[in-house]
Design a protein around this ligand. Structure first.
Ligand code: PEP
Ligand code: MG
Length: 890
């Protein structure tokens, strides 16, 4: 017997199938059936059937049809209702359900099984003609659009016309006769557009709907969504055929969405929205603005309590916050869907931490649950609290964080602006799944309709973008590309600020600030600290950056670049004079002038770091970088010559020009920089080392804090370079320490940022106390890709076209750069078992790369201060992953 995976929910419940087979929605329904919760009866067709359908087509559909009809008979027996029977009709929904939630991206058809006879039957049974025809027209609208491919707007137009004729302000004001007329007009529309009649045979409706739901896997918006979220095209969707229950039947009927905890703040409370007398799609589409669940407590208290009870059961069973869709039919509650609820980053952290404290999950689970990029979201900007701006309107705070951008009204403009690197806010009456590319491109989203569970709200929360919805005082005019609020007209291209944390909308650009780490995040990160093995340091070269790094939990500075200190305005002139110097003696004089500046820089950092290790990298820029650029200098000189003024100034410029030409290199990145410059001009590093030690000793004397100094040499490619540099450092350090009668411990180490250094690590390690991988330069040199150019030029093309899986300057290239890292770690440690090894390239703050660094056995990672929390979490996750792997192989 061929394995046809078509099951009743209760049959699937016994098979222990996974989300990959049942899809998210089907999995939830089956598990809830197992728990004995009030789920309407139904049938599930697995994702495997969908994949087979794409290969086998109609032949398979025939086989599916046969089994579905057999299972339907069982549901008929159980419920007493019959498919296509006007005297007691069974209507069903046909719902998509992929393994990963793709909200609204694929298709669903409700009220299937209705036709001209059944609708008359429904009138007779319910005595509610208005309900019966409303149900019918909803079916025709969905079936017409999804199966018969009549554009959705055509149906909307018909409906708007009828409403206008009736003077109805909204759907609730459309009468029974009104809906009946809509049914007739919809059927005519289908005939006109397709040349075919709406099928009256329920079986035909059902089979064509199953095929259409399978095929909706390839909806352009679904394909786009999968691309953004990196979901495989191979998975396919399951199909759920579920008995319809009606939330639009009477005043004791309703439909809604409940979250078992607040998805915005993480607070432990039943949270959600519902619409009385409505069907599910009304809530999600944001057509009417829903009521808060707290109102249900007053109108239908027993249902509210039942919902609360079920929410508790679901949370304990799934051990996570659930997002539950429900329908109330004549006062009876049905649960139609449960899934892990999408939440803001803030809520994710709070829920995980609370659940540990409630004993629901372990600390390790809490750590594993937080996406490091969520933490990045938490570092989202907020409106500067010191600014007292008056909002022009308020809506619902759907996704936190503030954003500033120019107003655009459609997807194309949003996408175009993004390509031009312009920041925009997408403003729409409401968003639909078709808008996904625009939402992705925008800084934030503002809608005039819809609630906290509307499409715009759910999608932006997932993306971590600020969003304000349901700002009803705003009138959006898509044709004229303006919106109006209280007499203010905002045109396309004008700048606004939205605050998704409070729901406020402001005219113009309001200053934003970075938020701080507090409460739950602090706790989560302290758990992460106890789990991770990798140390986490920061790249910081000012006291301010060091301060920030410490407040984010950095355990030291892994890279203080000294060239930025040279670049500061007040020193550039001295630096230039130093470079222009004709003799070593002259150069030394200028270096002496620079020294006090450097010393102050170092002291500032040492004071903040209070005894934590500080790795100072000696100068790593070619000298010509400190001189004016040739293409600026030349025209200046020419102009001075033409005007014939200021002889002295002209001479000075010409002297600079001469030096610029001398120092010019074809490939400055590979030129006389770093250690190469230091070997040919040792006086520069001598000054720096002397400044470092004097600064450290002064801080020790003034503050009593010892300084854990690590001196780092850049651009090494040969062990002999380090041997000589070590000699220089030791000599100068000892001079200073003798002179000031203080002994300090210090380390000398090197960057490993050239392939040759990585491959000769076994020799270099003899002279090094530590290695720090400079993966920026190492990536550049390994690929022979200029790090300053390629990301703007061809990397996006490479990634979009699948030539490279990622931008290697963002996510470490494990295959080659990673291999060099591994070789250097292994051979370096073999030659010098005490060698400490870190990484200070940009990859030090990138979660996937951090996993690699953990596995490669590094001692620490170092990244920019604002990524320190992400690095702490990612390092803990890497450690958990490794220990899980060890357990599974034990
Ligand atoms: C590196 O090359 O990875 C590095 C950290 O140094 P810089 O970015 O300053 O070249
Ligand atoms: Mg470098």
């Amino acid at each position: 017997m061929e394995d046809m995976q078509v099951y009743l929910f209760e049959e699937a419940a016994k098979l222990n199938l996974t989300k990959f087979e049942l899809g998210g929605k089907g999995y939830g329904l089956v598990e809830m059936t197992k728990l004995g919760l009030p789920v309407p009866p139904g049938i599930i067709i697995t994702t495997e059937m969908c994949r087979r359908y794409f290969r086998e087509g109609k032949v398979l559909l025939k086989k599916i049809e046969k089994i579905v009809m057999e299972k339907l008979r069982i549901i008929e027996q159980k419920t007493g209702k019959r498919f296509g029977d006007p005297s007691n009709p069974l209507l069903v929904s046909v719902r998509s359900g992929a393994p990963y939630s793709m909200p609204g991206m694929m298709d669903t058809i409700l009220n299937l099984g209705i036709n001209d006879e059944v609708v008359a039957g429904l009138v007779a049974i319910t005595g509610d003609k208005r309900f019966a025809y409303d149900t019918y027209r909803r079916f025709i609208q969905m079936y017409g659009k999804i199966v018969m491919k009549v554009p959705g707007e055509e149906f909307d137009k018909v409906l708007e016309d009828v409403k206008r004729k009736l003077g109805a302000k909204n759907d609730l004001e459309v009468t029974a006769e009104g809906w009946k007329e809509v049914v007739t007009l919809y059927k005519e529309l289908i005939k006109k557009k397709t040349g075919k009649e709406l099928p009256q045979d329920p079986k035909e409706q059902l089979i064509s709907a199953i095929a259409a739901v399978f095929e909706s896997w390839w909806n352009p918006r679904a394909v786009e969504y999968r691309k953004i979220y990196k979901i495989s095209d191979e998975l396919g969707t399951a199909v759920n055929i579920v008995m319809m229950v009606f939330g639009n039947l009477d005043d004791r009927s309703a439909t809604g969405v409940a979250f078992t905890r607040n998805p915005s703040t993480g607070e432990k409370e039943l949270y959600g929205e519902y619409l009385p007398k409505a069907q599910g799609e009304d809530v999600v589409a944001g057509v009417r603005t829903p009521r808060p669940l707290s109102e249900l407590k007053n109108t239908l208290p027993e249902v509210y309590n039942e919902l609360k009870r079920i929410a508790g059961i679901l949370e304990r069973y799934f051990r996570d916050m659930q997002d539950v869709e429900f329908t109330i039919e004549k006062g009876k509650l049905y649960v139609l869907q449960t899934r892990t609820g999408k939440r803001t980053a803030q809520a994710a952290v709070k829920i995980a931490v609370d659940m540990v404290e409630e004993g629901l999950i372990t600390k390790e689970e809490a750590i594993a649950r937080i996406d490091p990029s969520d933490l990045e979201r938490l570092l989202h900007k907020q409106i500067d609290p010191n600014i007292k701006a008056k909002p022009i309107a308020k809506g619902l705070p759907a996704s936190p964080g503030a954003a500033v951008g120019k107003v655009v009204f459609n997807v194309e403009d949003a996408v175009k602006a993004r390509e031009n690197k312009e920041k925009v806010i997408l403003v729409r009456p409401e968003t639909t799944p078709e808008d996904i590319a625009g939402i992705f491109a925008a800084e934030g989203v503002l809608t005039s309709k819809g609630g906290m569970t509307s499409h715009a709200a759910v999608v932006t929360r997932g993306l971590g973008k600020p969003c304000v919805v349901g700002a009803e005082s705003i009138k959006v005019d898509l044709d004229r590309e303006i919106f109006e609020v209280n007499g203010i007209v905002v045109k396309k291209g004008e700048t606004i600020t939205i605050d998704g944390t409070t729901g406020s909308i402001f005219l113009g650009s309001i200053p934003l600030v970075e938020p701080k780490i507090t409460g739950a995040i602090d706790k989560l990160l302290s758990w992460a600290d106890s789990i991770r093995r990798l140390g986490v340091r920061a790249n910081a070269d000012t006291p301010q950056a060091a301060e920030k790094a410490r407040s984010y939990g950095a355990e030291g500075i892994g890279l203080a670049r000294t060239e930025r200190m040279f670049n500061a305005k007040d020193r550039l002139e001295i630096v230039q004079a130093m470079i222009l110097a004709k003799t070593v003696e002259e150069r030394k004089r200028y270096l002496e002038k620079l020294k006090p500046f450097q010393k102050e820089d170092f002291k500032g950092i040492f004071r903040v770091m209070k005894g934590l290790p500080v790795t100072i990298r000696l100068l790593d820029l070619p000298l010509h970088e400190f001189l004016p650029k040739l293409d600026e200098l030349l025209p200046e000189i020419v102009e001075m010559k033409i005007k014939g003024i200021d002889e002295d100034e002209l001479k000075k410029r010409e002297r600079i020009l001469e030096r610029v030409l001398e120092l010019r290199e074809h490939n400055p990145m590979m030129g006389q920089r770093g250690v190469r410059l230091a070997l040919t001009h040792p006086e520069i590093y001598e000054m720096q080392v002397s400044a470092i030690f004097e600064a450290a000793i002064e801080v020790l004397k003034e503050e009593g804090d010892t300084v854990r100094l690590e001196i780092m040499i850049p651009q090494l490619s040969e062990a002999e370079e380090l041997r000589r540099m070590r000699e220089l450092v030791d000599r100068v350090a000892n001079d200073v320490m003798d002179r000031l009668s203080v002994k300090l411990e210090y380390k000398v180490g090197t960057m490993i940022e050239t392939p040759r250094a990585a491959l000769t690590a076994f020799r270099i390690a003899k002279y090094a106390d530590f290695f720090s991988f400079g993966t920026n330069d190492l990536t550049q040199a390994t690929f022979a890709f200029s790090r300053d150019d390629v990301e703007a030029k061809f990397i996006p093309f490479y990634v979009d076209n699948g030539i490279l899986p990622n931008n290697p300057f963002e996510t470490l290239d494990i295959e080659a750069v990673g291999r060099l890292v591994k070789i250097a770690v292994k051979e370096g440690r073999k030659a010098n078992p005490k060698l400490k090894i870190g990484i200070c390239g940009e990859h030090g703050g990138e979660p996937r790369s951090i996993t690699f660094f953990h596995e490669a056995g590094l001692d620490y990672i170092s990244c920019s201060p604002f990524r320190v929390p992400i690095a702490r979490l990612a390092a803990a996750q890497a450690a958990l992953k490794k220990s899980l792997e060890l357990k599974s192989t034990a």
